[in-house]
Design a binder for this molecule. Structure first.
Ligand SMILES: *[C@@H]1O[C@H](CO)[C@@H](O)[C@H](O)[C@H]1NC(C)=O
Ligand SMILES: *[C@@H]1O[C@H](CO)[C@@H](O)[C@H](O)[C@H]1NC(C)=O
Ligand SMILES: *[C@@H]1O[C@H](CO)[C@@H](O)[C@H](O)[C@H]1NC(C)=O
Length: 569
């Protein structure tokens, strides 16, 4: 029988008196989690999943069946992963190898820690992607014969076993898209913005054969002479349905339906450039929904990059200047927002910014000196950092985490998987695979980073989802639905909510389509000694949460459950 929890401090800790001294630590508020790595919370840990997956993880996307699509480029020469059954790719346009019997893409199975080679036909180098509302990855562009291609990879239905592979669509892009960024839109289409020497955006699929691309002067204006510094622009779909675009140091709000720049925001303060090859990163910070139709506030964060001239210095003169140390936050939903600047504990270029299920931001991979580009980075930054966006004092928002062993330089990537770990792979600052290069050989390994919330001492606080009360694991906009979960020690005053996390397409330090939503909590009911039901409201609209598959987590005392997949439409 269900009873409403009257005393939120209800405790099931009697069974664990042996651990009582440890849990005296837990009388802390959330701010106390911003401790240095010497804290009892630890700085997370690393685990080597596979010494080699056979290719270098340049692009990564988690799919709704928990598999991860990984690919690099077809013109790297032979990889260390053979295509099955003696198959080969015959490509007269390939600049490295016209007949290639090795794979440049694979499907990683998180549960079994195994890989299956996939066969990609044309060059996906420095491309972009987004997952459509039906859960199919749609990847666009690349280089050479791949620059206008649209490819899909759909999760494999169980009955088809292991036969699913890439499909190249008939429909081509209107323009070449190399170093472009993509975003899923509320109507289920995908917008593709920019690319090298391309100052337009376009949509896939097109509404008619007549639909072309749309010129955007901002993309041209933000390109630096000889350095660019505006590629892989940072895109964030705001709750009002307009698209925030950041390139170099500037940002705009675009009404892409009318091809109208609604406003330009203030330039980010300081000299540093933030986009490729001065590769910083950016996230739309977690948005808090009220449970009703009201629109949440939206805040963008941008971290790292390089000072002006850094690319010319590293590329031409082999001088590797120190990367940017700063981050900027901008409440982009405010009418006339100002940037708030903060300093990271160390300089970072080419770091990935990932939203963790508990709403913290992880910065991982990258370098301390130089820029993106062949041979242009130095001094790997081994320590990930955690950023706690809601902690009031800026000085306590950053936490330095356990260092990685492997340098993850140019062409590395990272993604959050449903069990809360972070998959980390890639690193190849060379134009070919080069396993003897010094100091940064091509890396084919795949590692997992366990964020601090996975430390064993938090097991007692970790919720475990029993069921989702939603037909077909699907919720419609504004629908109320419940999640049943168990937890050993219940401490709702330290935070209890449900989060949706959209799995991003990550490459070149930018996680496209990444989105974290705190759902509005309507009630919490105790079902039995350790079981609870939390009722929440689904996001109010497709502009707040574009249709598609999200990972859903119950987050309790900043410790997330294992995620389950929910479809929002
Ligand atoms: C890839 O294969 C080559 C050639 O067999 C080998 O020398 C190299 O060590 C392999 N690299 C990795 C990272 O396994
Ligand atoms: C990194 O930058 C610092 C500051 O400019 C410099 O002292 C150091 O030598 C650079 N390191 C490398 C490896 O170039
Ligand atoms: C690998 O990199 C080293 C420099 O670190 C270079 O001497 C060598 O020629 C490269 N090998 C290939 C095959 O490009």
């Amino acid at each position: 029988m269900a009873s409403v929890v009257k005393n939120p401090m209800f405790s099931a800790a009697s069974a664990v008196t042996a651990l009582a001294s440890l849990f005296s630590l837990f009388g802390l508020s959330s701010t106390d989690l911003a401790l240095p790595t010497t804290s009892p919370y630890g700085g997370g840990r690393w685990s080597l999943l596979r010494p080699s997956i056979g290719i270098s993880a340049m692009h990564m996307q988690v799919l709704r069946d928990g598999t991860v699509v990984i690919f690099d480029r077809t013109d790297f020469g032979p990889s260390n992963l053979s295509l099955p059954h003696g198959r080969c790719r015959h490509d007269p346009a390939d600049v490295a190898l016209k007949v290639d019997c090795t794979a440049h893409s694979l499907l990683y199975n998180v549960e079994s820690n195994s890989v299956r080679p996939l066969n990609v036909q044309t060059d996906t180098w420095c491309s972009s992607g987004a997952v459509r509302p039906d859960g199919t990855l749609m990847q666009t562009g690349g280089y050479n014969d791949g620059e206008r291609k649209v490819r899909t990879f759909a999760p494999c239905p169980r009955r088809r076993g292991n036969s699913c592979d890439w499909t190249e669509l008939e429909e081509n892009l209107v323009e070449r898209r190399w170093y472009a960024s993509n975003h899923i839109l509320p109507d289920g289409r995908v917008i593709i913005v920019g690319g090298r020497n391309v100052f337009t955006y376009e949509f896939v699929p097109k509404t008619s054969a007549m639909e072309k691309s749309f010129y955007l002067k901002f993309l041209k204006e933000t390109r630096d002479f000889r350095e660019e510094n505006n590629l892989y622009p940072f895109l964030h779909l705001l709750p009002d349905g307009n698209l925030f675009i950041f390139a170099n140091k500037r940002s705009i709000l675009l009404d892409y339906k009318k091809n109208w720049v609604i406003k330009e925001y203030r330039a980010i303060p300081g000299f540093d450039k933030r986009n490729y090859p001065s590769t910083g990163s950016s996230v739309l910070l977690p948005m808090r929904l009220g449970g009703g139709p009201e629109m949440p506030a939206a805040e963008v964060m941008i971290c790292g990059g390089s000072p002006p001239g850094a690319f010319t210095k590293s590329d031409k003169r082999r001088v590797f200047v120190e990367a940017s140390r700063s981050c900027g936050r901008l409440r982009v939903s405010d009418p006339d927002p100002e940037w708030t600047m903060e300093q990271m504990p160390m300089p970072r270029v080419m770091s990935d910014m990932l939203l963790l299920p508990n709403g913290h931001v992880l910065m991982i991979n990258g370098a301390t000196n130089g820029t993106a580009g062949w041979e242009d980075g130095r001094n790997a930054v081994h320590n990930p950092i955690l950023y706690l966006p809601d902690v009031p004092g800026p000085a306590r928002r950053f936490e330095v985490l356990t260092p990685a062993r492997v340098p993850r330089m140019y062409h590395s990537a990272a993604v959050v998987v449903p069990d809360g770990r972070v998959l980390v792979g890639g690193s190849n600052p060379h134009s070919k695979y080069n396993f003897t290069a010094y100091p940064y050989p091509t890396d084919l390994s795949l590692e997992a980073f366990y964020p601090p919330y996975l430390n064993p001492q938090f097991t007692i606080l970790r919720p475990s989802i029993l069921s989702l009360e939603a037909v077909d694991q699907t919720v419609s906009y504004s629908q109320r639905f419940s999640v049943n979960f168990v937890v050993t020690m219940f401490r709702p005053r330290r935070g209890l909510s449900v989060a949706l996390l959209a799995p991003p397409f990550t490459t070149h330090s930018f996680a496209m389509n990444q989105r974290h939503l705190w759902l509005g909590v309507l009630s919490v009911v105790r079902l039995s000694s350790f079981a609870y039901r939390i009722t929440v409201a689904a996001p109010p609209s497709a502009t707040v949460a574009p249709p598609g598959y999200y990972m859903l987590f119950v987050v309790h005392a900043e410790v997330p459950s294992r995620g389950i997949w929910v479809r929002v439409r």
